[in-house]
Design a protein around this ligand. Structure first.
Ligand SMILES: C[S@@+](CC[C@H](N)C(=O)[O-])C[C@H]1O[C@@H](n2cnc3c(N)ncnc32)[C@H](O)[C@@H]1O
Length: 157
Protein backbone atom coordinates (compact mmCIF):
# COMPACT_ATOMS: atom_id res chain seq x y z
CA UNK A 1 0.00 0.00 0.00
CA UNK A 2 1.30 3.48 -0.87
CA UNK A 3 1.23 5.97 1.94
CA UNK A 4 0.25 9.43 0.78
CA UNK A 5 2.72 11.82 2.42
CA UNK A 6 1.20 15.04 1.13
CA UNK A 7 -1.87 16.59 2.65
CA UNK A 8 -4.84 16.94 0.27
CA UNK A 9 -4.84 20.17 -1.74
CA UNK A 10 -5.70 21.33 -5.25
CA UNK A 11 -2.00 21.43 -6.19
CA UNK A 12 -1.38 17.92 -4.91
CA UNK A 13 -4.42 16.61 -6.75
CA UNK A 14 -3.29 18.25 -10.01
CA UNK A 15 0.21 16.87 -9.59
CA UNK A 16 -0.80 13.34 -8.67
CA UNK A 17 -3.69 12.80 -11.08
CA UNK A 18 -4.20 13.62 -14.71
CA UNK A 19 -7.38 15.62 -14.19
CA UNK A 20 -7.64 16.21 -17.94
CA UNK A 21 -7.36 19.98 -17.65
CA UNK A 22 -4.75 22.38 -18.96
CA UNK A 23 -6.34 25.60 -17.68
CA UNK A 24 -7.05 25.94 -13.98
CA UNK A 25 -9.21 29.03 -13.82
CA UNK A 26 -12.92 29.64 -14.32
CA UNK A 27 -13.80 31.42 -17.55
CA UNK A 28 -11.01 29.84 -19.59
CA UNK A 29 -9.14 31.87 -22.18
CA UNK A 30 -12.10 34.23 -22.63
CA UNK A 31 -11.37 35.75 -19.22
CA UNK A 32 -7.65 35.72 -20.00
CA UNK A 33 -8.38 37.82 -23.12
CA UNK A 34 -10.44 40.25 -21.05
CA UNK A 35 -7.63 40.56 -18.53
CA UNK A 36 -5.11 41.18 -21.32
CA UNK A 37 -7.26 43.94 -22.80
CA UNK A 38 -7.70 45.60 -19.40
CA UNK A 39 -3.92 45.44 -18.86
CA UNK A 40 -3.14 46.95 -22.24
CA UNK A 41 -1.13 43.87 -23.23
CA UNK A 42 0.03 44.14 -26.80
CA UNK A 43 2.90 43.69 -29.20
CA UNK A 44 6.32 43.52 -27.53
CA UNK A 45 4.91 44.34 -24.09
CA UNK A 46 6.87 42.56 -21.35
CA UNK A 47 4.49 40.44 -19.29
CA UNK A 48 4.88 38.19 -16.24
CA UNK A 49 2.32 35.47 -15.49
CA UNK A 50 2.53 34.67 -11.78
CA UNK A 51 1.62 31.03 -11.07
CA UNK A 52 1.47 30.17 -14.75
CA UNK A 53 0.40 26.55 -14.28
CA UNK A 54 0.77 24.51 -17.46
CA UNK A 55 1.41 27.69 -19.48
CA UNK A 56 -1.83 27.87 -21.48
CA UNK A 57 -2.43 31.57 -20.79
CA UNK A 58 1.17 32.44 -21.60
CA UNK A 59 0.97 30.62 -24.95
CA UNK A 60 -2.36 32.26 -25.72
CA UNK A 61 -1.18 35.79 -24.87
CA UNK A 62 2.04 35.46 -26.82
CA UNK A 63 0.29 34.06 -29.87
CA UNK A 64 -2.72 36.39 -29.83
CA UNK A 65 -1.30 39.63 -28.41
CA UNK A 66 2.33 39.42 -29.56
CA UNK A 67 3.72 40.11 -26.09
CA UNK A 68 6.93 38.77 -24.58
CA UNK A 69 5.92 36.70 -21.59
CA UNK A 70 7.58 34.80 -18.77
CA UNK A 71 5.70 32.33 -16.57
CA UNK A 72 6.68 31.49 -13.03
CA UNK A 73 5.24 28.77 -10.85
CA UNK A 74 6.29 27.12 -7.61
CA UNK A 75 5.55 23.61 -8.83
CA UNK A 76 8.31 21.64 -10.57
CA UNK A 77 5.57 19.57 -12.16
CA UNK A 78 3.80 22.60 -13.67
CA UNK A 79 7.06 24.13 -14.90
CA UNK A 80 8.09 20.85 -16.50
CA UNK A 81 4.70 20.47 -18.16
CA UNK A 82 4.76 24.06 -19.51
CA UNK A 83 8.32 23.68 -20.82
CA UNK A 84 7.41 20.42 -22.56
CA UNK A 85 4.42 22.11 -24.23
CA UNK A 86 6.59 25.02 -25.39
CA UNK A 87 8.90 22.53 -27.11
CA UNK A 88 5.96 20.70 -28.68
CA UNK A 89 4.48 23.99 -29.94
CA UNK A 90 7.88 25.21 -31.15
CA UNK A 91 7.62 28.50 -29.24
CA UNK A 92 10.14 30.20 -27.00
CA UNK A 93 8.69 31.16 -23.64
CA UNK A 94 10.65 31.01 -20.42
CA UNK A 95 8.97 29.10 -17.60
CA UNK A 96 10.88 29.60 -14.40
CA UNK A 97 10.40 28.07 -10.97
CA UNK A 98 9.66 30.77 -8.42
CA UNK A 99 7.56 31.74 -5.44
CA UNK A 100 4.93 34.43 -5.93
CA UNK A 101 5.76 35.73 -2.44
CA UNK A 102 9.31 36.49 -3.47
CA UNK A 103 9.43 37.07 -7.21
CA UNK A 104 12.86 36.40 -8.71
CA UNK A 105 13.00 39.67 -10.69
CA UNK A 106 14.39 43.11 -10.06
CA UNK A 107 12.09 46.12 -9.57
CA UNK A 108 10.43 47.77 -12.59
CA UNK A 109 10.82 44.89 -15.04
CA UNK A 110 7.40 44.29 -16.62
CA UNK A 111 4.73 46.30 -18.44
CA UNK A 112 2.06 43.99 -17.04
CA UNK A 113 2.05 41.43 -14.24
CA UNK A 114 -0.92 39.09 -14.19
CA UNK A 115 -2.12 36.23 -12.05
CA UNK A 116 -5.11 34.00 -12.61
CA UNK A 117 -6.96 32.09 -9.93
CA UNK A 118 -4.06 31.90 -7.52
CA UNK A 119 -3.80 34.88 -5.17
CA UNK A 120 -6.78 33.55 -3.19
CA UNK A 121 -4.55 30.63 -2.17
CA UNK A 122 -1.64 32.79 -1.04
CA UNK A 123 -0.67 35.70 1.17
CA UNK A 124 -2.44 38.36 -0.91
CA UNK A 125 -0.70 41.43 0.55
CA UNK A 126 2.72 39.93 0.01
CA UNK A 127 2.04 38.61 -3.49
CA UNK A 128 0.36 41.79 -4.73
CA UNK A 129 3.21 43.81 -3.21
CA UNK A 130 5.66 41.71 -5.19
CA UNK A 131 3.64 42.07 -8.38
CA UNK A 132 3.66 45.87 -7.95
CA UNK A 133 7.39 45.88 -7.22
CA UNK A 134 8.36 44.10 -10.45
CA UNK A 135 5.96 46.16 -12.60
CA UNK A 136 7.15 49.33 -14.32
CA UNK A 137 5.81 52.67 -13.14
CA UNK A 138 2.60 53.10 -15.10
CA UNK A 139 2.45 49.34 -15.68
CA UNK A 140 -0.57 47.13 -15.03
CA UNK A 141 -1.37 44.54 -12.37
CA UNK A 142 -4.09 42.14 -13.50
CA UNK A 143 -5.71 39.60 -11.21
CA UNK A 144 -8.82 37.53 -11.56
CA UNK A 145 -9.75 35.12 -8.88
CA UNK A 146 -12.47 33.27 -7.04
CA UNK A 147 -14.01 34.07 -3.69
CA UNK A 148 -16.89 32.83 -1.61
CA UNK A 149 -19.68 34.97 -0.27
CA UNK A 150 -21.21 32.69 2.27
CA UNK A 151 -20.45 30.55 5.25
CA UNK A 152 -18.49 27.34 4.66
CA UNK A 153 -18.98 24.63 7.24
CA UNK A 154 -15.61 23.11 6.36
CA UNK A 155 -12.14 24.54 5.99
CA UNK A 156 -9.70 24.35 3.10
CA UNK A 157 -6.66 22.32 4.06
C1 LIG B 1 -5.40 27.08 -9.66
S1 LIG B 1 -3.81 26.92 -10.40
C2 LIG B 1 -3.85 28.23 -11.62
C3 LIG B 1 -2.82 28.02 -12.70
C4 LIG B 1 -2.89 29.00 -13.88
N1 LIG B 1 -2.74 30.37 -13.43
C5 LIG B 1 -4.19 28.82 -14.63
O1 LIG B 1 -5.03 29.73 -14.56
O2 LIG B 1 -4.37 27.78 -15.28
C6 LIG B 1 -2.73 27.57 -9.14
C7 LIG B 1 -1.26 27.55 -9.51
O3 LIG B 1 -0.53 28.24 -8.49
C8 LIG B 1 0.73 27.60 -8.34
N2 LIG B 1 1.26 28.04 -7.04
C9 LIG B 1 0.83 27.70 -5.80
N3 LIG B 1 1.52 28.36 -4.86
C10 LIG B 1 2.41 29.16 -5.53
C11 LIG B 1 3.40 30.08 -5.11
N4 LIG B 1 3.62 30.33 -3.81
N5 LIG B 1 4.12 30.73 -6.05
C12 LIG B 1 3.91 30.48 -7.37
N6 LIG B 1 2.99 29.60 -7.83
C13 LIG B 1 2.25 28.95 -6.92
C14 LIG B 1 0.38 26.13 -8.46
O4 LIG B 1 1.52 25.33 -8.72
C15 LIG B 1 -0.61 26.16 -9.63
O5 LIG B 1 0.03 26.04 -10.87
Amino acid sequence: MTRIEKRPSLENLIESEDVGLEIFHPGGLKITRELAELCNIGKDKKVLDVASGTGESAFYLMQNFGCRIIGIDLSDYMIERARRKAIEKGVIIEFRKGDAHDLPFIDNTFDAVISECTTCLLNKERVIGEMVRVANAGGYIGIHDIHHNGYLNYSFA
